[in-house]
Design a protein around this ligand. Structure first.
Ligand code: 9D3
Length: 234
């Protein structure tokens, strides 16, 4: 998968993308992630990327010209991506809410172009004429779309074939069926007097599976009742 990210703060991406699963996927050639500074495509004296809002009001708005020029430059330099399944996505508080099914849909694209909004918003013509999807990562206020883009990239890249060490961890996600994880333990068997539940040491795989499902249901009912529709405790 090719991912191009358009941002006014490219340095924000170094840490997260130079470590962990995203780094491994990049090194293995599973993902090709490129960061572009929108400011490089602004040609006025101060390389401005924002301006006042027509009609007045507080806050600056991201200008359209540098964003369009950045996008068009990268698209025209990428003839090898012509005809590939592509989505241009704006990260914005007004976007559709990001969740696992959205990540699963995005993993099937060959090319994602992510635009990170900043300031109080972006010129509406970016939305209307450059973008085909808009995503928010949740109902809280960030300073820009950069962290949201990192969240989307992390969630999508780990779903790409070969990105995770063992695909078993992916299988687990579907068969827990939208429930919260059951409690997990590792060695030692007794830590500071706190013992691992006997059932997990029993070797009885049917009993273990039953206990884990009960624990998942209990935890989900207590902490995330809205996830419980159609799921009953047994
Ligand atoms: C006063 C209205 N504000 C909207 C809630 C203005 C505003 C605040 C913060 C506009 C943009 C931003 C910057 N945030 C993002 O660009 C953003 C975001 C977010 O703030 N929360 C969750 N997901 C996202 S994706 C991009």
């Amino acid at each position: 998968m090719r991912i191009d990210i358009f941002t006014l703060f490219p340095e924000m991406f170094r840490g997260p993308f130079d470590s962990s699963i995203v780094k491994r996927a990049t090194d293995q050639g599973i993902a090709d992630i490129r960061i572009h500074n929108i400011r490089d495509y602004s040609h006025d004296k101060h390389h401005s990327a924002d301006d006042y809002s027509y009609g007045g009001g507080a806050g600056m708005v991201m200008k359209p010209e540098p964003v369009f020029e950045a996008m068009e430059t990268i698209r025209s330099q990428s003839s090898e991506m012509a005809g590939k399944k592509t989505s241009t996505i704006l990260l914005t508080p007004q976007g559709r809410l990001f969740c696992q099914p959205v990540a699963a849909t995005l993993k099937d694209y060959d090319w994602l172009l992510l635009i990170c909004g900043h300031y109080e918003g972006v010129d509406e013509r970016i939305r209307e004429h450059l973008v085909d999807d808009e995503i928010s990562i949740g109902d809280y206020v960030l300073t820009g779309g950069e962290l949201a883009a990192m969240v989307v990239v992390d969630a999508v890249v780990r779903l790409l074939p070969g990105a995770l060490g063992s695909p078993e961890s992916l299988l687990n996600e579907s068969h827990t069926g939208g429930l919260l994880e059951y409690p997990q333990y590792t060695r030692p068997e007794i830590f500071r007097g706190w013992a691992v539940p006997d059932v997990l040491l029993s070797g009885n795989h049917a009993e273990i599976a039953k206990w884990r499902l009960q624990q998942s249901l209990k935890r989900t009912a207590e902490r995330r009742p809205e996830l419980m529709d159609g799921k009953r405790e047994e």
